[in-house]
Design a protein around this ligand. Structure first.
Ligand code: SF4
Ligand code: SF4
Length: 715
């Protein structure tokens, strides 16, 4: 007993001591990242997220087979944790059935536990076999053949097998030649029967091998975890707890931007120091499962951007410079920043660091950060709640506001936003021209109107999108809604500027708009554009704008349900709805647009295989509307010519077979209408009608049948 106690103590001291040293460095790295991240409030909701997404493995099941296999292994970890403690404790006792008394092998709870452990051990082996098959044989595109992955799977099997050997060895040793089957541990008993006839000494040896093998594997495993992707075994709980409580795409603004500009402080993300502790925790937690890249429109059209590889590149860089990064002193607080020296030698945060610590360009190619559409698909898919959009926009902020390096075409949009309040550079006085002849009141003439219809730039100036604004206004009038518009007093909500990294310009527009809206005491806002909807609802509160914001599809559906709009005229045909990321994934608005279409007589609503939360982006978000797409850079692009809108349009057209009369596509975003419209035209499918949901509803309410059977031609 003394020998085993000494051996166990030495193993624990070495194993846990080495782990503590690595963990200390990982902790220090998190502290080296100094952007703020307020992720510890709202404890109840966060705890519920941990229960549902970590212990319930909810997101894992978006890939059914992998989800089941992972649930087996995860369950094994939870159950076998106690077994490991029990075995370690047995190193200090002569009682081979010790289990902290209540879990002793012959105690009722101990027997129940042994049974559970035995069964779950088999399920873990099944799970491991599935993942080995995936990595070594099936090899789906999202997974690379990783030695680390295979090694870890072997270690997990080793944990289970060592415990089986230990248990079976005990049975052989105690049987004294009369082996009996122990129903409480069927798997271990079966192993013991495979060695039936072996002498008790063989049982003793097998038990000892199993016992020490188990402990050594556990401690090796523990030390291996922080070195690679299996660190998630430890970090997933805090990472899920501290994840965005918004669905996806929550952005980190820049606080006190004016003051920072005056002090020439770094804007955006230049080095790891400009990230937050949560960003670093994200990087620790990536399991390299590739689900994010599997659904990324940029990856799938051959762009350089692959969210999984972006994470891996940032993590590798961080680990490579770990020693330097953790030695850097903290940034000075805002109040002391002006007095602070900017040299590393002075012991104060180094403002202008060595080029090798710069993330982009350098570690991350600019094409990677500019290819993102901010669609949120990666964040929706990631089983461990890693966020991407804020990291990418942080890198863009630095490129735009510090380096002045960004795609040329964005210059026009920035100039238009800055000088006339819209990215098209139209005179803002023309904002209400879309409403000509509709008798839509201005807020200045009707300051008490219950709703403000926030039109947005595209529906104000773009001919195709103007039809959406006209249809929406006509429907609101038909339903007797008391509303007004701002007209020339409205400017862009700032989304394109913010997503393009021009946070300064965004904040200027946001402050101006909030001032205008609060000046009119606006409380309820209906928007046509999902980007306006998201910004006004989610991002304006930071600037003092607290509004009830409703997307037009949600609002119109309520009017249909209330009987205030009656879609009684037939619109014949088969229709597929394209989900907009900024109302779908960002806000969970999936059903209202579909329900409106279903309420229209004559329409057969069909679903694309890629729909709802799996719907692919049209390619316009994240300021892509205002720039050229990045070129194809990777082999094996699954979606042909590298254009996101073409790829998405093909997905939609698959459920509208050629030759069928009245094929239709519905959208609920002016940018989606443009992108999908162009996609349809580019593929020579002009016969396919494409309109906003509001336009279809108007056809059904007004009964303009001849228009309903004619495909929209003004693409
Ligand atoms: S937000 Fe969309 S485009 Fe950007 S990385 Fe994620 S999946 Fe790709
Ligand atoms: S970021 Fe999430 S989805 Fe992407 S590879 Fe890592 S764990 Fe998987």
């Amino acid at each position: 007993m003394l020998a085993s106690a000494v051996a166990m103590t030495l193993l624990l001291i070495v194993g846990i001591g080495l782990f503590a040293n690595t963990a200390r460095k990982r902790w220090a790295l998190m502290q080296a990242a100094q952007a703020p991240a307020d992720r510890l409030t709202d404890a109840g909701r966060r705890a519920a997220n941990v229960l549902w997404y970590m212990f319930g493995q909810a997101r894992m099941f978006r890939y059914t087979a992998a989800g089941i296999a992972h649930a087996f292994i995860f369950g094994g970890f939870v159950v076998l944790g106690l077994r490991t403690l029990v075995l370690m404790a047995r190193g200090y006792t002569t009682d081979p059935h010790f289990g902290f008394w209540i879990f002793d092998d012959d105690a009722p709870l101990g027997m129940a536990y042994l049974f559970l452990k035995d069964i779950i051990g088999l399920l873990v082996l099944l799970g491991v076999a599935y993942f080995l098959y995936q990595r070594l044989v099936a090899r789906p595109g999202r997974l690379e053949l990783s030695t680390e992955g295979v090694f870890i799977l072997c270690m997990i099997s080793g944990l289970i097998l060592s415990d089986l050997f230990y248990e079976a060895g005990q049975y052989i040793r105690e049987s004294e030649g009369a082996l009996t089957f122990h129903a409480v541990t069927p798997a271990a008993s079966t192993v013991s029967f495979l060695l039936a006839g072996a002498p008790p000494s063989a049982g003793l040896a097998l038990g000892a091998i199993g016992f020490w093998m188990h402990t050594i594997i556990v401690l090796t495993f523990l030390n291996f975890l922080p070195l690679g992707k299996h660190f998630h075994v430890i970090t997933v709980l805090p990472n899920v707890y501290a994840s965005d409580t918004a669905r996806v795409g929550l952005l980190r603004g820049i606080q006190e931007i004016e003051e920072k500009l005056e002090r020439e402080e770094t804007l955006g993300v230049r080095t790891v120091q400009d990230m937050s502790w949560k960003d670093v925790l994200d990087l620790y937690t990536c399991t390299e499962c590739g689900r994010c890249s599997d659904h990324c429109p940029a990856t799938n059209t051959g762009k350089l951007l692959s969210p999984k590889h972006l994470t891996m590149a940032l993590r590798d860089h961080m680990y490579a410079h770990e020693d330097h990064l953790i030695k850097l002193p903290r940034k000075p607080s805002t109040s002391t920043a002006e007095e602070a020296s900017t040299t590393e030698d002075s012991g104060v945060y180094t403002l202008k660091e060595d080029e090798k610590y710069q993330l982009s360009p350098g570690i991350v190619d600019p094409e990677v950060i500019w290819a993102c559409t901010s669609c949120g698909a990666c964040e929706q898919e990631c089983p461990v709640f890693i966020s991407y959009v804020d990291k990418i926009i942080g890198l863009r902020q630095h490129a735009v506001m510090e380096q002045g390096t960004f795609p040329d075409q964005l210059q026009n949009a920035f100039r238009g936003l800055e000088t006339v309040g819209n990215p098209y550079s139209f005179a803002n006085e023309q904002r209400a021209e879309w409403a000509e002849g509709l008798d839509v009141p201005l807020r200045s003439d009707k300051p008490d109107a219950e709703y403000l219809y926030w039109v947005g730039c595209s529906p104000s100036f773009d001919d195709r999108a103007r039809k959406i604004a006209r249809a929406t206004a006509q429907l609101l009038k038909a339903a007797g809604v008391d509303f007004a518009i701002l007209g020339p007093e409205e400017t862009c909500n700032g989304d394109p500027a913010r997503r393009a990294g021009n946070e300064y310009l965004f904040q200027m527009l946001a402050q101006q708009n909030v001032e205008t809206l609060n000046g009119y005491n606006v409380r309820k806002i209906v928007t046509t554009c999902p980007h306006c909807f998201n910004t006004l609802l989610r991002e304006y509160p930071e600037f003092g704008g607290q509004f009830e914001v409703i997307h037009h599809t949600d609002f119109l559906y309520d009017l249909v349900k209330a009987g205030r709009l009656k879609p009684q005229h037939e619109v014949p045909g088969r229709i597929v709805y394209h989900d907009s990321c900024y109302i779908g994934r960002y806000h969970g608005i999936y059903d209202p647009p579909r329900e409106i279409l279903r309420a229209i007589p004559g329409l057969e609503v069909v679903e694309a295989k890629e729909s709802r939360s799996r719907g692919m982006c049209c390619g316009a978000g994240g300021a892509q509307m205002w720039k050229e797409e990045e070129p194809i850079r990777r082999e094996g692009s699954r979606e042909g010519d590298g254009k996101v809108n073409h790829a998405r349009t093909r997905q939609l057209l698959r459920v509208l077979p050629n030759g069928a009369p009245n094929r239709r596509i519905a959208t609920a975003c002016p940018f989606c209408k443009t992108m999908i419209g162009d996609g349809v035209t580019d593929q020579g499918e002009e016969a396919v009608d494409r309109r906003d949901v509001a336009e279809y509803l108007l056809l059904a309410v007004q009964g303009t049948a001849e228009r309903a059977t004619q495909a929209e031609s003004s693409t």
